[in-house]
Write a protein that binds this ligand. Structure first.
Ligand code: BG6
Ligand code: MG
Length: 223
């Protein structure tokens, strides 16, 4: 088989941390005196921490000084980490471990490509950290998704051309980043929301057994 590699988004693909982000952001919104709903939380998926705060403040029509923003970014993250520190392997999303096992069997390497600055900690909490040949996270990039930077660094870690990389993503910004990087994009979640992806699945349990050996190989190498 010709060489391909895989880049995984973390939040919403391997683990569901959106619920913890929601609790921590909602607490801040409560403190600032406006309502923050689960529908609002959808807007923050795949978005960097700083940009998330800006979106949240827009929702509440709240203006803050840069100093206050820094303070809330720190306190929100401290609150979020209280949940993360309680995470364990049981929080790995269905199908993720089986997919990594299958990639190992096929000799296909994978790296992480996440916007989260907490990605290494989260992977350690769920005992997956050592399985990745590289981690690209919110600390390694200067431009957030939908900029392709995070995935292009991932391709370098895999020592592969971008067009030989396959990206698993649950966020619109992430699918756009993968497409802009000239990689194969796999949308995990609602097909209508992630309509720009090359392939769509509701979750990782739906990936067919021959997906990498046949479907992806043919798409990349048989033109
Ligand atoms: C992404 C999440 O993976 O990471 C976003 O989808 C989050 O919701 C972003 O805002 C940044 O996360 P962190 O852990 O650096 O605050
Ligand atoms: Mg995600």
């Amino acid at each position: 088989m010709n060489k391909i590699g895989v880049i995984f988004d973390l939040d919403g693909v391997i683990v569901d941390t959106a619920k913890y982000h929601f609790l921590a952001w909602k607490d801040l919104a409560d403190h600032l005196g406006f309502e923050f709903t689960e529908a609002h939380n959808e807007l923050l998926k795949g978005v960097s921490r700083v940009r998330s705060l800006e979106i949240l403040l827009d929702i509440g029509k709240v203006k803050l000084t840069d100093e206050k923003k820094q303070e809330f970014l720190i306190s929100k993250n401290e609150h979020y980490l209280q949940y993360i520190n309680k995470m364990g392997p049981e929080e790995i999303l269905p199908g993720a471990t089986e997919l990594l096992d299958n990639l190992d069997k096929l000799g296909i390497q994978y790296v992480l490509g996440s916007a989260s600055k907490n990605a290494p900690l989260i992977l350690k909490q769920v005992n997956l950290y050592d399985r990745f040949v590289g981690i690209v996270d919110g600390n390694s990039v200067s431009k957030a998704k939908p900029d392709p930077e995070v995935f292009l660094i991932g391709a370098k870690k895999l020592k592969l051309k971008p067009e030989h990389c396959v990206v698993f993503e649950d966020a619109i910004a992430g699918v756009e980043a993968a497409n802009r990087a000239n990689m194969i994009s796999i949308g995990i979640g609602d097909k209508n929301t992630l309509s720009e992806a090359d392939f769509n699945f509701n979750n990782l349990t739906e990936i067919p057994g021959d997906f990498f050996t046949k479907v992806i190989s043919e798409k990349i190498f048989v033109k």
